[in-house]
Design a protein around this ligand. Structure first.
Ligand code: 5AD
Ligand code: SF4
Ligand code: FES
Length: 349
């Protein structure tokens, strides 16, 4: 039996891995199908064949931060900025509901126009629709997170991006890993379902640091873990960077499923950007969530984190139908409930 097979057998039973074992899986170039098969089996056993759809609303591309990799960074003068007013966001959420989504995800840059008061308006409006609500608004104070939670937000996504301090500091001028960790801790304390994640293939990121990232997801027992390849954006200082690969991002995702068997793991848009079948392959390698875009019109194009982003010329109705087809084609079903990690339902919140 190969070393890789042995590692996988143990991981499937115990959902634990040493750092060196994770590095061995990442470095391995021969038996990846075996890894993906084990991840798929664990996904099936713990979270079943249902795929949870989360309707993604990208409501503002204005950001005060300057992350080196991101097209929304404040120094990027090459994009037209937009923000939707609270009423328009609620309207999109209502449409998302009409397409059958049970959860909406509100995502934006760190846009100071969106004060607690304006967000409360949006959160109340969306909770009145009976939807589960995930926020992805970046770093805020504990008091702000508390206010959103009290207004009714259920979940919060904040990728750690990398746990490697040196890489983190290089990519995030004026930000700190310590504050990001503080945010994740506050979110957990406040009773959110907490999502995090990373980009794979960042400049300076090693296999060891990817292994540390995966162990971090396990250590904080993340409820959701979103991962994608880093895709260099020509409108950013990292335009000439090598970028990540679909294959490595998929491996990091599959190993994450080994360690967090009942977490919610999306098949991400960035994966499909690098591989036409990326989300389908991810759903068969450990993922159980998809986040179709429900943003409308030109805003889709303007929310340009990285180039080549899929669906920028498609409508929400088209994406809903498209993703439904992909899920049916692999004999999976679309969940008809909110899809909390531990099967909690909205009534309990
Ligand atoms: N390539 C891939 N993902 C990116 N993100 C931002 N910029 C890029 C890029 N160039 C991701 C970050 C962020 C999420 C919203 O988008 O991980 O958390
Ligand atoms: Fe702003 Fe987020 Fe982009 Fe950083 S990754 S520049 S915080 S939108
Ligand atoms: Fe948007 Fe397929 S999900 S076109």
């Amino acid at each position: 039996m190969s070393d890789i097979t042995e590692i996988l057998i143990r991981a499937e039973r115990l959902h634990q891995l040493e750092k060196a074992e994770i590095v061995a899986l990442l470095a391995n170039r021969v038996d990846d199908a075996e890894l993906f098969g084990v991840a798929d089996r664990i996904r099936q056993r713990y979270v079943g064949d249902e795929v949870h759809l989360r309707g993604l609303i990208e409501f503002s591309n204005i950001c005060k931060q300057n992350c080196l990799y991101c097209g929304l960074r404040r120094d990027n003068q090459d994009i037209k900025r937009y923000r939707l007013e609270p009423e328009a966001v609620i309207e999109l959420a209502a449409k998302a509901k009409s397409y059958g989504y049970k959860t909406v995800v509100l995502q934006s840059g760190e846009d100071v126009y969106y004060t607690v008061e304006r967000l409360q308006t949006v959160i109340y409006g969306i909770k009145d629709l009976g939807l589960a609500l995930t926020l992805s608004l970046g770093e805020k104070t504990r008091e702000e997170y508390r206010a959103y939670r009290e207004a009714g937000a259920d979940r919060y996504l904040l990728r750690i991006e990398t746990t490697d301090r040196q890489v983190y500091d290089q990519l995030h001028p004026g930000m700190s890993l310590a504050n990001r960790l503080r945010c994740l801790r506050d979110l957990r304390d406040l009773g959110y379902e907490v999502g995090t994640g990373i980009m794979v293939g960042l400049p300076g990121q090693s296999q060891e640091s990817l292994a540390e990232d995966i162990l971090f997801f396990k250590a904080i027992d993340a409820d959701m873990i979103g991962l994608g390849p880093f895709i260099p954006n020509p409108a950013t200082p990292l335009r000439a960077a090598a970028g990540g690969t679909f294959e490595l991002a998929l491996k990091v995702m599959a190993i994450t499923r080994l360690l967090l068997p009942d977490s919610n793991i999306p098949a991400t848009t960035a994966m499909e950007t690098l591989n036409k079948q990326g989300r389908t392959i991810a759903l068969q390698s450990g993922a159980n969530v998809v986040m179709p875009n429900v943003t409308e019109g030109e805003y889709r194009q303007l929310y340009m984190l990285y180039p080549g982003k899929i669906c920028i010329n498609d409508t929400p109705a088209h994406c809903r139908q498209c993703i439904g087809g992909k899920i049916a084609a692999i004999n999976r079903t679309i969940a008809q409930h909110a899809g909390f990690r531990s099967g909690k339902n909205l009534g309990q919140l």
